[in-house]
Design a protein around this ligand. Structure first.
Ligand SMILES: [Zn+2]
Length: 99
């Protein structure tokens, strides 16, 4: 009757090893992008935050910084486009002013 106490550390070790090898507790990539856009609620947001910040999962943190970089690109392109258009319309305005 004394074997039960020995089981838990062994099981915990196995779970940790499986977690590291199989990444069974990683959230779905969709969750990560929703998390970045504040699209997750309560427990789901907390789970992802814990996974990234407390567990410091290297896979998901890499995925998140990749998603962040892509978001920055998406934001940067229209801004550059707007600047080009402003410069062009200013040049057009100056040309018609001289005529
Ligand atoms: Zn992960």
């Amino acid at each position: 009757m004394s074997g039960a106490d020995d089981l838990d550390p062994q099981l915990a070790f196995t779970v940790a090893a499986v977690w590291r090898r199989e990444r069974i507790s990683c959230p779905h990539p969709d969750w990560l992008s929703s998390y970045l856009q504040d699209g997750l609620e309560g427990g789901a947001a907390e789970f992802v935050r814990f996974h990234l910040e407390e567990s410091q999962c290297p896979y998901c943190n890499a995925a998140v910084s990749d998603l962040r970089a892509r978001e920055e690109d998406a934001k940067a392109v229209p801004m550059q486009d707007l600047k080009d258009r402003l410069l062009r319309s200013t040049a057009t305005a100056l040309q018609s002013f001289r005529r």
